[in-house]
Design a protein around this ligand. Sequence first.
Ligand SMILES: CC(C)(COP(=O)(O)OP(=O)(O)OC[C@H]1O[C@@H](n2cnc3c(N)ncnc32)[C@H](O)[C@@H]1OP(=O)(O)O)[C@@H](O)C(=O)NCCC(=O)NCCS
Length: 159
Amino acid sequence: MQTVREFDYERDMEKFFNRIVWIENACYRFPWPRQVISETLEPSPVRKCFLLLEDDVLNGVSFYDAVLDEATLNKHSIIPERQGRGLGGLLLREGMSMLREKYGIRRFYLDVRESNIPARRLYASQGFIESGIRKNYYHAPHGFENAVLMERIFSAEEA
Ligand SMILES: CC(C)(COP(=O)(O)OP(=O)(O)OC[C@H]1O[C@@H](n2cnc3c(N)ncnc32)[C@H](O)[C@@H]1OP(=O)(O)O)[C@@H](O)C(=O)NCCC(=O)NCCS
């Protein structure tokens, strides 16, 4: 069974750090360096991380920055052999739900490569709308690529 829970530095760092670095390198052409991932996982009032686990096997990870009632999704990754089976949706739904309940987050923001159709569909399926374009924001294999800005704002009435 797949479960989602918040990353806990004491419990999870030693156990999952190498796997998180492996997932990053398996999922992105321009991955975050090991050192950046290490710093991002250090205890912080702002940085939040969620793990998708099948028993003790880490299948996905997501990173947010959360301030006041806003959170930015910085990374959202499912191991390649498990992509396209609903796990990205599960990790996103559960992560956002915990951020809303535990930290009072109401506004979610992200940016995504224009060419990343699976990710854009995933975010749209979870209620994100496209709110803008940042021209030539990302490095690409032959130059630069636009970022699509997306947001999901929960109203006070939404459960
Ligand atoms: C983007 C990513 C997290 C999606 O997770 P996933 O488990 O593969 O996605 P899901 O199976 O939950 O599918 C979610 C939606 O995306 C769509 N989708 C998934 N894979 C797709 C593909 N290869 N092509 C088109 N659409 C796709 C699904 O149809 C689904 O849409 P629906 O709910 O309207 O049917 C995953 O593919 C991934 O880790 N990619 C590499 C890292 C990355 O690019 N992350 C996002 C940028 S930070």
